[in-house]
Design a protein. Sequence first.
Length: 207
Amino acid sequence: MHMVMARTLFAATIAVSAAIAACSYAPNPESGTLMCGPASSCPESYHCMASYCYRDGEGGRGGSGAGGGGGGSAVAKFIGQWNFVAPAKRVTVCSGVSETVNLPVDAADFITIEAGTVSPLEAFYYCPWNVDLNAAGTATVIRAGQTCSDVDTSIPPYTFTWTGESFTLTTSDGRSGTISASIPYSYTSTAGAGSCTATFSGPVTKS
């Protein structure tokens, strides 16, 4: 869209100029100030989120790091550290055997969400997950086909591979919300191999 409009401005016809004005076009708008065009279109190097255009890799107007009250956009209110609170739980099922654990497990057990480079947001839990927002701007939606691997250096060492099946963090105010996630994984070692599915659910709050 950006290149098409650049050539259109060169033409400088009255009709096209009026159309550009109607679209509120700006060559380098601040993130979150330009409304998306037809079919969620935005200038080159921008993406459409919650009806407004944001520069690729930016979290949106009013974004910040961890903490705070959420910021001034649908994207920004997700950015920060999200902590599990009771009665949040993790349920792990391996070969038909189920284990339920109350969350958080320890002080390092939390979800971090940052502005993404591939997607509007990147959520960190077990792996970095590229996530979008739903149309209402109230919940994350994981992008399909994501996996990551890591090695547990215990004896014997285990290699784990996690797959992002779902990762839905829902919030309306950018301060409290709920998580519902499913992360299947496989493991291999000299002692054996297997597969499990870990699901996470319950309330979360942003610190």
